[in-house]
Write a protein of this length. Structure first.
Length: 208
């Protein structure tokens, strides 16, 4: 794990702790406000109300900052938030499901693929998913079954696959869908980058 990855991981953890602490403080404040409202009916209602409103706005801030999570790629096109885990070693909860399927990718890739499949469907084009994130163990298995790409097979060297970063998907495409992908895939950040594998689409967005 590189020092940059460690630092970014630490920063991520710290921001989560701060968000949690903010939520806890807000919850305590809300409780206090509720108690004083009932125990002191003659007390300053305005104060209690102001307190409760303040509580709500700080809770709201904590929530929206976690929703507005920022994403970035390193110089090799690997998500900075995932690089520390290692290829094929990413925990399930660090990835996001593609639509209602059980396929998982890096969150922005999952969201873009979901949108792409839905847009294609609206245009009468069916895109299926054969594969997505692939763990290291699964990469070893694929290499054993399909042979290494460098030796004429169809598998990346285990630990180097784009699938191991949740950054590629294998699609089930008929001729119409293949043509649609070649015309539209790039708009969604998906590029056909592996000769002999027209089903393999890597996520290489111009920006995230
Ligand atoms: Zn693939």
């Amino acid at each position: 794990m590189g020092i940059e990855a460690v630092n970014s991981r630490i920063a991520d953890i710290q921001s989560r702790i701060i968000a949690l602490q903010t939520q806890q403080v807000a919850a305590t404040k809300a409780k206090t406000a509720a108690t004083s409202a009932t125990s002191a009916p003659g007390g300053s209602f305005a104060t209690v109300l102001a307190d409760a409103m303040d509580t709500q706005s700080s809770a709201g801030t904590a929530k929206s900052s976690s929703l507005n999570k920022s994403y970035s790629l390193n110089s090799k096109g690997i998500p900075t938030e995932l690089v520390g885990y290692g290829n094929g070693k990413i925990p399930a909860n660090a990835l996001e499901k593609v639509g209602t399927t059980n396929h998982k990718l890096w969150a922005p890739a999952a969201e873009s693929l979901t949108r792409m499949i839905s847009d294609a469907k609206a245009q009468g084009v069916t895109i299926g998913i054969t594969d997505s994130y692939r763990s290291y163990t699964e990469q070893v298995d694929v290499a054993r079954r399909k042979g290494l790409y460098s030796q004429g097979g169809l598998a990346a060297k285990p630990g180097t696959s784009e699938h191991g970063w949740g950054m590629a998907t294998d699609l089930d495409l008929n001729n119409k869908a293949q043509a649609w992908m070649r015309a539209n895939g790039e708009k969604y950040g998906f590029v056909e980058n592996t000769p002999r594998e027209p089903w393999h689409w890597a996520y290489k967005p111009k920006s995230v």
